[in-house]
Design a protein around this ligand. Structure first.
Ligand code: ADP
Length: 575
């Protein structure tokens, strides 16, 4: 039975019963009232008249008016004939009263009248008794029917109260739970409403939907499983080590190469917490450490790993895998993939290159020095006087020899930087001494270009804690750059100031400046701003940065493209 029909039937019958109960009550109470009214009107008044006539009859011999009173009651009685037989008795009474009226001295007529009156009274008394019994029966009957309909109403109301809420609410509760299960991807969930009502129809529709979702999910699951297997095979076959961690740092995959370098088996890696593994495995610890520092650290050099009896170098790349979350409306981090690229062969080549440059630069130094010495001898007039043309030739050979010496010096420094062997000799030094050294070293170069220096240094300056030689080399390089990239006859401003716990050297030129897109690249090795055709190796600033940072200092540039550049070095002051 449909819920709607059930509701109509239940509430309808309750409603009908209440109406029946009301009508029955009104009807029964009405019949009771009528019965009592009848007794009063029909019989009680007749008794009253009869009693009045008896009293008047007694007084007729003594009082004349009594006749009139009797007549009055008689007339009322004649108008109140209600019971069968009462008409005849009243007629007899009327006729006997007529006899008495004609002959007041008639002694039989009063008896006759009394007899009539007793009969009338008796008739009405019997009627009253009969009607009381009827009223009593009516009352009992009313009570019975009101009770029956009342009890029926209560039973139906109770049934509705017990059954209806459950009938409606239970399927809704079951349906809500099933919808929740489906939302949680439990597509095997079904609802079971056997009744042939609206909920039954709803259950059929719901189960159809769940079945189709299940079929769709199963077909997708198979595809998904296949795709996962393919991905796993691909990762496994990769020659480079690959690790996958979920957002709680549990290792979700690690390929053969990854297992080889960690020295751990599949069962010891997959499913294990990387933080816990890091306690006993150095490589995992290093990978995790870098993962924690990821994004906020400068790129470190390659990882050195000793595996399978040899040293290998790996470049590490960390990919943070995020997923668009519809609920969170932003990206949710789901895993980290750590890729290690084996760069051992490049590293070996790089070592060979660095060694080669170091050897060549070193070997070049001696012949260049002897060339310089020979040139000095040629300059000596005691040995012989050169003509003008020869002097010019000697001067240009001297320039070239100096340049060569500079280049070999830069290359040697670079090999130190690349092999990580910067030998520092840190000690207290006077900033002014360093500046003076750089000024002397670049004096000839400045004179050739007619560039003047303007220095601004306070007398009282704290000493710095630095490698004097290397800092002087850096400052000379900055001054040399400033001269090279300035126009002829321009001025270069030099200053030294105390800045907090540092002493700051500034070299400011008014040359062509550096375009903004190159400003953070000029400290990279071998980088030269494109389109500027000046001699140089692109190594000076890279070496300068390594030298200054190795001493715990900083080197920066601020450049106004077209107006000039300012290079600053900050070194620790001794306060
Ligand atoms: P290089 O030997 O080429 O001068 P550096 O490392 O000293 O190598 O400088 C790198 C590049 O930075 C230069 O090639 C040049 O383009 C640019 N640069 C350096 N100093 C200045 C400067 N004072 N003004 C303009 N450009 C400069």
């Amino acid at each position: 039975m449909k819920i709607k029909s059930k509701l109509i039937a239940g509430l309808g019958s309750l409603f009908s019963l209440i109406i029946i109960l009301s009508i029955l009550g009104i009807f029964k109470i009405n019949s009771l009232a009528n019965a009592t009214e009848n007794i009063l009107v029909d019989n009680y008044y007749t008794l009253e008249y009869a009693r009045g006539m008896l009293k008047a009859l007694d007084e007729i011999p003594k009082e004349k008016e009594a006749m009139g009173v009797f007549e009055e009651y008689l007339s009322k009685q004649q108008n109140n004939i209600t019971e069968p037989g009462e008409t005849e008795l009243t007629a007899s009474l009327t006729s006997h009263f007529g006899q008495l009226k004609e002959d007041p001295s008639d002694s039989i007529a009063p008896f006759e009248i009394r007899d009539d009156l007793y009969h009338i009274m008796h008739l009405n008394m019997s009627a009253i008794q009969g009607k009381s019994i009827v009223a009593e029966e009516t009352a009992e009957d009313s009570i019975f029917w009101i009770l029956v309909t009342g009890v029926l109403s209560i039973i139906i109301a109770l049934l509705l109260l017990i059954k209806l809420p459950g009938n409606i609410a239970n399927p809704i509760i079951e349906l809500t739970e099933s919808i929740r299960q489906i939302a949680a991807k439990n597509y095997s969930q079904r609802v079971h409403f056997d009744e042939h009502n609206e909920f039954g129809e709803l259950a059929v529709s719901f189960n159809t939907m769940a079945r189709e979702l299940e079929e769709y999910n199963n077909s997708n699951l198979a595809k998904l499983m296949m795709a996962i297997k393919r991905m796993e095979a691909l990762i496994e076959k990769m020659n480079e080590p690959v690790f996958g961690l979920d957002e709680r740092r549990i290792i979700i995959f690690a390929n053969d190469a990854a297992r080889e370098i960690t020295g751990l088996g599949k069962g010891q890696l997959v499913g294990k917490n990387a933080e816990e593994l890091a306690v006993t495995n150095d490589l995992v610890r290093e990978l995790l450490q870098e993962l924690n520092e990821n994004n906020n650290k400068d790129k470190k050099g390659p990882l050195k790993i000793f595996a399978n009896g040899k040293e290998s170098y790996f470049e590490k790349e960390i990919l943070n895998i995020t997923l668009d979350s519809a609920r969170l409306q932003d990206k949710k981090l789901i895993s980290h993939v750590i890729l290690l690229r084996n760069v051992t062969s490049y590293k070996e080549l790089d070592f060979a290159k660095t060694n080669f440059i170091a050897t060549v630069s070193h070997e070049f130094k001696t012949p260049i020095s002897s060339i310089k010495m020979s040139l000095q001898l040629l300059d000596n007039e005691q040995i012989g006087i050169l003509n003008e043309e020869q002097k010019n030739l000697v001067s240009s050979i001297k320039d070239d020899a100096n340049r060569l010496l500079n280049i070999t010096g830069e290359l040697l420094n670079m090999t130190q930087v690349e092999s990580g062997n910067i030998q520092l000799n840190i000690m207290p030094a006077e900033p002014m001494d360093i500046l003076q050294y750089a000024l002397n070293a670049t004096k000839v170069q400045a004179e050739q270009k007619k560039v003047t220096f303007e220095t601004d240094c306070p007398k009282e300056l704290p000493k710095i804690l630095a490698d004097k030689e290397k800092t002087a080399w850096v400052l000379t390089n900055l001054l040399s750059n400033a001269i090279r990239y300035s126009y002829e006859k321009s001025t270069i401003f030099l200053s030294i100031v105390k800045s907090g716990e540092y002493v700051q050297f500034s070299v400011k030129d008014t040359g062509q400046g550096i375009a903004p897109q190159y400003q953070d690249k000029i400290f990279n090795r071998y980088f030269r701003v494109p389109g500027i055709h000046r001699e140089g190796t692109g190594l000076g600033l890279a070496i300068s940065k390594e030298f200054i940072e190795a001493q715990g200092g900083q080197i920066n540039v601020k450049s106004d493209f077209g107006a000039g550049s300012t290079f600053t070095i900050m070194l620790n002051a001794i306060l």
